[in-house]
Structures are given as C-alpha cells and as structure tokens.
Write a protein that binds this ligand. Structure first.
Ligand code: APR
Length: 276
C-alpha cells in the first residue's frame, strides 16, 4: 500500500507541480500527503464512467485492440440501424453469440471495488457504463446507467412504436425465430445503442457530470463520442479527473491522473485510498 501511495504521490507531484515539497518530504510524508489529497470528503460527488476494459478480466473481449470484437466484424454490418434493416439475421447472430457469452461470466475485483465505493457514498456516487453487460449489478452496484443499452434486453425496431424494452436472453439465428412486436408487428431488435443513434438518458448523465467533483474513467479507449467528451466537460466544471487502464486513452490530455494498470488490480487499492 505504501508503494502504491508513493507511486501515486510522484505522479501527483508531476501533475500538480508541487515539486518544492518533494525534496523536503520523506517517503512516508509523501505517501501521507497523497493519501490526504485523495481521501474523499462528505461534499464530494463521484461520477464513474466504465468501458469494455472493466469487464476484460471477467473474460469479455473489448471492442478495439488485438482480440477486439471489432476485429471479427465490421461495425457497419452489425451495429447500425441500417445493418439491421439490411440483414436482421446477421445482426441477431452477432448479439445472440454475445448473449450466450454474457451468461457465463462473473464480476471481477474492479466491479466489486466500485460497488463498495457506492455502498459508502450512497447518493454521492453515480455510475455510467458504456457496457451492455450486467456485471456491475451482479457485483452489487445499484446506481447504474447503461448509456449504450443492455445485452439482455430487446425492444421494437420501429422508432414510432412506444412499446417498452423488455428482458430477453434468447438467441435468434434465423429470420423465422426473430419475434415481432406485439403492439405494431415490427421486428424485435436488441436494446443496444448502435452507431448513429443517441445514447440513453443523456440529460441525466450531463446533470450528474455537472455535479461531480471527481470523475473516474475505467477501461475506455476514449474514442467513441459522446462518452469520450465526458472528461473534458467535467474538467471544465472543475472536477478532478482520473483514468484507470493498461493503456493511455486517446483523450488522455483531459485527465489529471492516468493510473496505468488493469482495473481489477488497480481499483481495489485506489478505492481504499479514496475512502481513507
Ligand atoms: N482493465 C482496464 N482497462 C482495460 C483492461 C483492463 N484489464 N483491458 C483492456 N483495457 C482497456 C484498453 O486498454 C482500452 O483502452 O479498455 C479499453 C477498451 O476500449 P474499447 O475496446 O474501445 O472499448 P470502449 O471504450 O468501452 O468502447 C466504447 O465503442 O464499440 C463501441 O458501443 C461500443 O460501448 C462501446 C464503445
């Protein structure tokens, strides 16, 4: 723990240009200063944004990178409204495979650490995830917003239809298997925000961002909008911004601190640090 504190203190020293006291402090003092700087107080509000990386250690592939989901598929073929109109069977085959995989995975220490943070902070905590899995909920998180939808839900594909999304873990592999909306007869589609569509509940997300004093982003490459801009918006509002992940994200310029490492290894200690 002392080493982690010291490492973070050195990073913080660089970032906050407080090198003057570095020479005057020994390791323990330095660690103590960083500890104090990080500890949340009762006025803090924490906004967490998670991406595919937080579920990587649970065995779900990320989208980009070496073994990323988008290596085997073209986004335009499976993750746009146009793709669904052109070939609903191919789209459903892609999401059916993902549904099956999701049923086999369990949360990792990163999910549990965030659930613990929420338990301690209550309404001072808000979790926005780009992930469509339910691993945050399985770990005990309650204040979770799925801005890109949920893999285990479906809805009517007609934009004019008002039928609500519903729980659905089924796989559909042929045209005949794909159900139709009971209200309007259109094909049922996965309840996922595709490219070219507006993510869910953006008003609430922007409100929570505006309230945040700390924005913690975990495991997101920082290339997909609007989520990639959250950190810039929060920083403009005065929030402190921290990234956790093994690679520096594309939007790294907006983070006060980048903690390089796997979420499951870094988050439990970082959350401890925040909670003091
Ligand atoms: N811990 C933390 N981060 C990790 C880990 C790990 N163990 N393993 C990988 N990562 C990081 C990668 O370094 C990468 O920066 O997770 C990030 C995953 O990036 P993407 O695959 O681009 O996923 P994400 O940012 O969530 O994508 C955003 O794009 O394709 C769409 O709708 C999809 O929600 C998705 C959105």
């Amino acid at each position: 723990m002392l080493d982690l504190l010291l490492h973070r203190a050195q990073v913080a020293t660089k970032l906050f240009s407080i090198s003057k006291w570095l020479g005057m402090c020994n390791r323990a003092q330095l660690a103590h200063k960083y500890f104090t700087m990080n500890r949340l107080n009762k006025h803090d509000r924490v906004f967490v944004l998670t991406g595919a990386g937080v579920s990587a250690e649970s065995g779900l592939p990320t989208f980009r990178g070496m073994n990323g989901l988008w290596r085997g598929y073209r986004v335009e073929d499976v993750a746009t409204p146009e793709a669904f109109s052109a070939d609903p069977v191919l789209v459903w085959q892609f999401y059916s495979e993902r549904r099956q995989r999701h049923q086999t995975v369990v949360p990792n220490p990163a999910h549990y650490a965030l659930a613990e943070l929420e338990r301690k902070l209550g309404d001072g905590f808000f979790l926005c995830t780009q992930n469509v899995d339910s691993l945050h909920e399985q770990a005990g998180s309650r204040r979770v917003l799925h801005m890109h939808g949920r893999i285990m839900q479906s809805r009517c594909s007609s934009p004019a239809c008002t039928a609500a999304p519903f729980d659905d873990g089924n796989s559909y592999r042929t045209r005949e298997e794909i159900p139709r909306c009971v209200a309007c007869g259109a094909l049922i589609r996965p309840h996922i925000c595709w490219f070219g569509e507006v993510p869910f509940e953006m008003d609430l997300v922007l409100h929570q961002l505006g309230e945040a004093t700390l924005v913690l982003v975990v495991g997101s490459s920082g290339v997909v909008e609007p989520a990639a801009s959250f950190v810039r918006i929060a920083r403009r509002g005065g929030a402190r911004t921290v990234y956790v992940g093994p690679e520096v994200p594309a939007n790294h310029g907006y983070f006060d601190e980048v903690l390089e490492g796997k979420a499951g290894e870094m988050l439990p200690s970082f959350v401890k640090l925040l909670l003091g």
